[in-house]
Design a protein around this ligand. Structure first.
Ligand code: PMP
Length: 443
């Protein structure tokens, strides 16, 4: 107290006030402890209570089911019916070996790269984005370590704390955690067959007690996670018009856009954006490789520079090797070749899953028919069926499913299925076990 220039009586009064507020407690002969904290900050020499201390950090923990999924995915013999990534055999193994071979004879910088990421990669991305109608100069692109990082950077570097983010209900699980953990409020907007429901969006804006506090609308217009739906062309136009009228900016997540199976989705929101209202994020994770940890964010240059500065302070940039590989991937035509090969295989797996559902699930469920991406959003039409119990029953049988309540806490009737990971044999066996588990719970 002396070194801080605070006299003893001030300190005693402060401690009394904290004790009266129930924030600290004195332990006889054992010093003073901060209540409910594993850190025992005021005790001399005490070891933190680690079990309690891990509750203190501000980042939201995963639900127990997600933690179980994240562990179980690596157990041998598990059938992954919900996993949001390509099976290893669908990944471009040979192309990456060729790319790494080509890179092995190049001289390279082993230093940190510039804050926005490798210029060579941003130039290649600029050309790639141009092909889908997005005008993005290299200066308006930030390379990120997977697009989830773009959500984090935006949450902490761009959005006022306490402001509101609108998003589809349900939505991508970790976007919800990123926004929540950054102290943002969220408002879920329902969807219909054409995407975000515009009147409900307008209601959400009108009914917000503090309209100015809405900062951004986060949307996944093409092959949505978890519903698989595509926002129609006219809905995209309506959304942009509503954004203009209400002054809301948009964050478009294009993670699944290249994974169309029947026909390409309508042009992106960013491709239609004449005024610079749309931030656009993409990733190699879904169509190519999630392990590479490579994504990008396109936006107005001041935004990109600000977020690049935070990225520098966060991780000094995405791995330069991953960036070099990605630059060749786009510049040398590997991407288109891979997509041409991947689409028929993914289409076969989607059609197989739909056939199997038709065969075994018709009496107790209904589902969407996705035109691309990975996901089938399956709704159980029987009542009551506990999705939590179903999840655990499946796990006991070594089958992993993703409960709908991971994507919307109030959802009680959906699961997310994915046709991207399980092999055709596993899919058949896994869905059979799932149907059996449902029937057992219904009985
Ligand atoms: N957006 C969506 C909609 C996703 O589903 C995912 C991955 N599940 C991501 C972003 C983030 O992926 P990554 O960080 O690997 O790019």
């Amino acid at each position: 107290a002396q070194s801080m220039g605070v006299n003893r009586s001030t300190l005693v009064t402060a401690l009394e006030n904290l004790a009266a507020a129930g924030m600290i407690e004195g332990r006889h002969g054992g010093g003073t402890y901060v209540c409910g904290s594993g850190w025992h900050a005021l005790a001399h020499g005490a070891l933190p209570n680690w079990e309690e201390a891990i509750e203190e950090g501000w980042y939201y923990p995963n639900l127990p089911e997600v933690q179980q999924i994240n562990r179980a995915e690596f157990q041998p013999g598990i059938i992954r019916l919900g996993t949001g990534e390509l099976a290893p055999e669908l990944m471009p193994q040979k192309a990456f070996n060729d790319i790494l071979h080509a890179l092995s004879s190049r001289s390279r910088t082993l230093n940190y790269l510039e804050p926005q990421g490798s210029l060579e990669l941003r130039q290649a991305l600029s050309v790639y984005l141009q092909a889908s109608g997005i005008q993005a100069s290299p200066d308006s692109i930030l390379i990120v370590s997977g697009s989830l990082q773009a959500l984090h950077l935006i949450s902490v570097g761009l959005l006022p704390r306490g402001s509101a983010v609108l998003l589809e209900k349900p939505s991508y699980l970790y976007s919800i955690h990123a926004f929540q953990s950054a102290g943002l409020k969220m408002s879920g907007i329902p969807m219909d067959a054409e995407g975000l429901h515009i009147p409900r969006l307008e209601d959400a804006v009108q009914n917000n007690t503090n309209k100015d506090s809405i900062s951004l609308l986060y949307t996944i217009p093409s092959f949505h996670n978890p519903t698989g739906s595509v926002m129609s062309d006219s809905r995209r136009e309506e959304l942009l018009a509503t954004a203009r009228n209400t002054g809301i900016s948009l964050l478009e997540d294009a993670a699944y856009t290249d994974l169309w199976l029947d026909e390409p989705p309508p042009p992106s929101l960013k491709a239609r954006d004449k005024e610079g209202r749309v931030l656009h994020m993409g990733t190699l994770s879904k169509a190519v490789s999630p392990g590479l940890r490579l994504g990008w964010l396109v936006g107005p240059e001041p935004v990109i520079r600000r977020l690049a500065d935070i990225k520098m302070q966060t991780d000094y940039g995405t791995s330069s090797l991953a960036q070099e590989a990605a630059a060749l991937w786009f510049a040398d035509g590997y991407h288109e070749q891979h997509m041409d090969r991947l689409r028929p295989e993914l289409r076969r797996r989607r059609d197989l899953m739909l056939d199997l559902l038709q065969r075994d699930f018709g009496e107790f469920a209904e589902w969407s028919v996705p035109a691309g991406g990975f996901y089938i959003w399956l709704r159980f039409t029987v009542d009551p069926l506990s999705i939590r119990e179903l999840f655990h029953a499946c796990l006991e049988n070594h089958v992993l499913i993703h409960p709908g309540y991971l994507y919307d806490r109030l959802d009680a009737e959906h699961i997310r299925l994915s046709y991207a990971y399980a092999s055709p044999d596993e899919m058949e066996h896994g869905l059979h076990l799932l149907a059996q588990a449902v029937k057992k719970l219904m009985a």
